[in-house]
Design a protein around this ligand. Structure first.
Ligand code: 3H9
Length: 705
């Protein structure tokens, strides 16, 4: 028998019944919560001493949605839509007292109430779209009746949260609490009860107000043509993800259907999406994000306090990091090597803050305050007060080691030293510091103030509290942190390197750059790999290949096409040509590149054949998953879902595909293994199936557990 306390209790304040939900962590509308609220509501309705009802929550938030963990199980009565209908139909006024975040099903409960009052810091939203869903308990039908179709389409299609002040302006809530939320909600409920009583008695007609049921309200008029255009834009921007467009169209349906028909329409669309691969993938991502920050070895380990952060180097990466730090409220000290470089760095940083202000994302005052919190100079002695220094200097071992040795004599012995290296070994960099246990890798992705991913790299010696500090800083920066072990390219670049190689093999084998790009863009990537290579520039990878040439495994298949492009000065977009040619900003397929590819294939003795989009995708995914399995087997990633997050947040992989490891589970690990075995037979050394992949495919296990 379940001995946990019931999540719903009832209290009285005078004639007002308080239905209190207490279901940590976020008061999700689980079956127990729904039935508890329903029972309490029915009892309050028949209780003659009750004149009105307030629904409120304990803990940090109002109901944050349906219980995602219950999806996939039979819903169990009462369902959330049925509960919302019953609340709306109640004979006594029901008021939602909202604090924290009223999200998804929580917002829908509030919408079904006859009044909504929120505290000033509360936010409301329908974020189902981020789970590949749409609101399924009346959100798409009741929201437009309160705030109009255009605003409702915006909220449902993006999942954005609305702060209490805006919600009040738009009519989503009736009041913002000025005192204690519960007391204000009780007063408001008493007032509604008074109004209703007068209305039903027919007395004092001028003051009388019947219960305001959201579902009975007419949808305010709107510009239908403008909404149609907006929905087209929403669908185009979603690049294959279904929920934004479906949600927007359901909102639009509210204008043409009565409530019952609209609710039925919404329910059908919700059920379809709930059963979809897209929603399964996005729910996987939701839980993956929450799991990523859990590092078993760090449980109970306190982070070191960090207020002042140094950034060594103010190039593109250093400037982006400095901007992200200032945005998060840190005191920032940036040092370059020369006065000129410092000046250039300062204007780079200032430019980024300025652009944020010009785009309206932040105010001019905020931009100025962030710049005022940033000191830029050319003497690393300025790092003395820093609690953490992040180096973002040239990716060269000697340069970084010299810096860490010098920093050891400048900062406090307990200050953390972080390297932003992409490919060097943080162990070797750390060895140059006076206390290698305070060294950690913080691998940002460019542009660092925009990209959400940070790989946190533990060296063999990183102290637990230093690692905990890295996670705490990443959290404050609002980044998604993933723990990676010390290996070449960590998680992301190591897998990306296999991805890149397999793409280049496919060129020799018969595909053309634009065909591979088209296959991956159809899969949902915003840009195919060759377009991305051109955007990033081909020269950096070329320099690396030259550096590693002496130690390259000569038995491994090597495709020279990229080297040849670089030898011709084709470094990508910045030189007007790379895998494509660029004229007036437009990308065009270049017959010259096709000639180079064909000649190289002939030289390598490869008989080219046409390669279809499915094979392109399968080869890419199999190459990535094999390397991912190797990374997992070596303990360089904590869990398969961390690898998925790296690709979604660092490399533009569509979240609604769930990441490469999730895809592998869906395709079947047997299929992936067969593809890798074909690679081994065709491409030779380096493409041996990862032992973990073999073991899992043979035992029928999945990366997802
Ligand atoms: C929906 O409502 C459908 C309806 O329209 C129709 C139905 C018919 N369920 O994020 P945090 C857990 S769809 C179950 O770290 P924060 C979460 O896994 C839903 N569990 O905290 C974590 O657990 P753990 C629409 C949930 O303070 C813990 O709570 N609603 C749910 O950074 C703490 O979470 C949403 O999509 C849930 N709904 O952020 C809202 N939500 O500790 C989703 C959270 O074991 N939630 N958990 O890892 C959020 O956006 C954030 O969690 C929130 C708090 C902003 C609420």
């Amino acid at each position: 028998m379940d001995s946990s306390p019931h999540p719903v209790t009832v209290r009285k304040r005078g004639a007002v019944c308080l239905i209190v939900i207490d279901h940590p962590p976020v008061n999700a509308a689980s079956h127990a919560v729904r039935s508890g609220v329903m029972q309490a509501l029915l009892a309050a309705e028949t209780d003659d001493t009750v004149s009105a009802i307030v629904i409120r929550c304990e803990g940090r938030t109002f109901v944050a949605g349906a219980d995602i963990r219950e999806f996939g199980q039979p819903p169990g009565d009462p369902t959330l839509p049925a509960l919302c209908l019953r609340i709306e139909a109640a004979s006594k006024p029901v008021v939602a007292a909202i604090h924290g975040t009223a999200l998804g099903g929580g917002c829908e409960i509030a919408l079904a109430c006859h009044g909504r009052i929120a505290d000033a810091s509360a936010r409301l939203g329908l974020p189902e779209v981020k789970l590949g869903l749409i609101p399924g308990a009346g959100g798409t039908q009741r929201l437009p009746r309160l705030i109009g179709v255009p605003a409702a389409v915006g909220m449902v299609a993006t999942g954005r949260m609305m702060a209490a002040a805006e919600a009040l302006d738009r009519g989503l809530i009736d009041a913002v609490a000025t005192g204690d939320l519960t007391s204000d909600a009780v007063s408001f409920a008493e007032k509604l009860a008074g109004d209703t009583a007068r209305a039903s008695e027919g007395a004092d007609a001028a003051m009388a107000l019947p219960l305001r049921r959201t579902g009975d309200l007419p949808v305010p008029p709107f510009d239908a043509a403008a909404i149609a255009t907006e929905i087209d834009v929403i669908e185009r921007k979603a690049r294959g993800q279904l929920s934004p467009g479906v949600g927007a169209r359901c909102v639009l349906a509210a204008a043409t259907m009565d409530l019952a028909a609209g609710l039925a329409h919404e329910r059908g669309a919700f059920a379809n999406l709930l059963a979809s691969e897209q929603s399964a993938a996005l729910r996987h991502v939701f839980f993956a994000e929450r799991a990523a920050s859990r590092v078993v070895a760090l449980e109970g380990v306190a982070a070191r306090p960090v207020n002042c952060v140094g950034v060594a180097g103010a190039g593109t990466m250093g400037a982006g990091i400095a901007v992200a730090l200032a945005e998060a409220g840190y005191q920032v000290i940036v040092a370059e090597r020369t006065q000129d470089a410092a000046e250039a760095g300062r204007s780079r940083i200032e430019g980024l803050h300025q652009r944020a202000a010009e785009s309206g994302r932040i105010s001019q005052q905020a931009a100025a305050a962030r710049m005022a919190a940033t000191i830029v100079g050319h003497d690393i002695a300025a790092f003395a007060p820093c609690d953490l220094v992040i180096e973002a200097v040239f990716d060269d071992l000697a340069v970084k080691q010299d810096l860490f040795a010098a920093l050891s004599g400048i900062v406090r012995p307990d200050a953390v030293l972080a390297t932003n290296t992409s490919y060097l070994d943080p162990n070797q960099i750390g060895a140059a510091a006076s206390q290698p246990e305070r060294v950690v890798g913080l691998h940002f992705f460019s542009p660092a103030h925009v990209m959400r991913l940070v790989e946190i790299v533990a060296t063999g010696q990183t102290a637990p509290d230093v690692l905990a500090t890295a996670f705490a800083v990443a959290r404050r920066l609002n980044k998604l942190a993933v723990l990676a072990g010390c290996c070449d390219g960590f998680i992301g670049n190591r897998i990306f390197s296999s991805y890149r190689k397999q793409c280049e093999y496919m060129l020799e084998d018969g595909a053309l750059p634009h065909e591979i790009d088209a296959a991956m863009e159809a899969f949902g990537l915003p840009m195919g790999p060759f377009a991305v290579f051109d955007l990033a520039g081909l020269d950096i990878a070329w320099a690396r290949r030259k550096r590693l040439a002496a130690t390259r495994n000569l038995a491994e298949r090597y495709v020279r096409i990229a080297d040849q492009l670089c030898e011709l000065g084709r470094f990508g977009q910045k030189s007007g040509a790379g895998w494509y040619v660029y004229e007036n900003g437009k990308r065009r397929v270049d017959a010259g590149v096709t000639t180079i590819i064909e000649a190289e294939a002939q030289r390598s003795g490869v008989q080219r054949r046409s390669i279809g989009a499915d094979e392109i995708r399968t080869r890419i995914i199999a190459a990535m998953v094999n390397e991912g399995a190797r990374i997992l087997g070596e303990g360089m990633a904590q869990r398969a879902s961390d690898i998925d997050l790296v690709f979604i947040n660092g490399y533009g992989w569509p979240a609604w595909r769930g990441g490469p490891m999730f895809q592998a589970d869906r395709m079947g690990l047997g299929t992936i293994l067969e593809e890798v075995e074909r690679m081994q037979a065709r491409d030779g050394a380096g493409w041996e199936p990862a032992p973990l992949l073999v073991e899992m495919a043979r035992s029928g296990r999945l990366f997802g557990g």
